[in-house]
Design a protein around this ligand. Sequence first.
Ligand code: GTP
Length: 239
Amino acid sequence: MNKAIYKRIVLKISGEALAGEQGFGIEEQTLQLIAGQIRDVVALGVEVSIVVGGGNIWRGISGNARGIERTTADYMGMLATVMNALALQSALEGNDVPTRVQTAIEMREIAEPFIRRKAMRHLEKGRVVIFGAGTGNPYFSTDTTAALRAAEMGAEVILMAKKVDGVYDADPVSHPDAKMYTSLSFIDVLNNGLRVMDATAASLCMENNIKIQVFNLTENGNIMKAVCGEPIGTVIGRE
Ligand code: GTP
């Protein structure tokens, strides 16, 4: 019998993870794999909010290369996260999981605006809340959004779902001998420039004592393992 060690979590799903093997856009199989795993942890009574990236559709940072001004490119990235949020909502509701999407930039015809107290009520009622449009500001990543929403929602942990098993000392794709860390401190992440998240996100988590667990989303059952405290992937904490 699975037993959750957390009451409230933020699940950070990168846009790339949604693209699956195809590398771009949203892969149906991956979407279903994620939705099924979330359904199972919601069934345990865990309150789940999701922050999703948009890199599978548009990367703000790549805008420069195309002559698009940085802030505009970042807003385009925020719109991409809304598309992913709606796709996740649809997949979750197809799995009978009640959801609400809230966006940091108001687009009322599409979704609710972000209202912290309303999001809390949704969580208490067992709904999965999906946060779209990042923080609503350029220059902030969706990792920072996850840290911010986790602090606002009082979540104990950010489950950072990636396409790799955890945090490595080198890129595991180009360096097959790269070593995976099982635990790290935020100071290690900041001092060693480990590219697991940006410094803003790491500092916010450190200051607010929010733990991060980085793990591989593509292995079915991993979200459940993380929620039940199994030592998968890399855990990042204060010490
Ligand atoms: P409770 O009343 O607390 O149970 O929450 P609720 O979300 O069921 O109530 P509400 O009447 O606010 O929302 C009903 C439906 O309308 C839900 O699917 C909401 O996501 C949606 N909804 C609420 N506000 C907005 C909005 O500003 N824009 C859009 N597009 N949908 C909204």
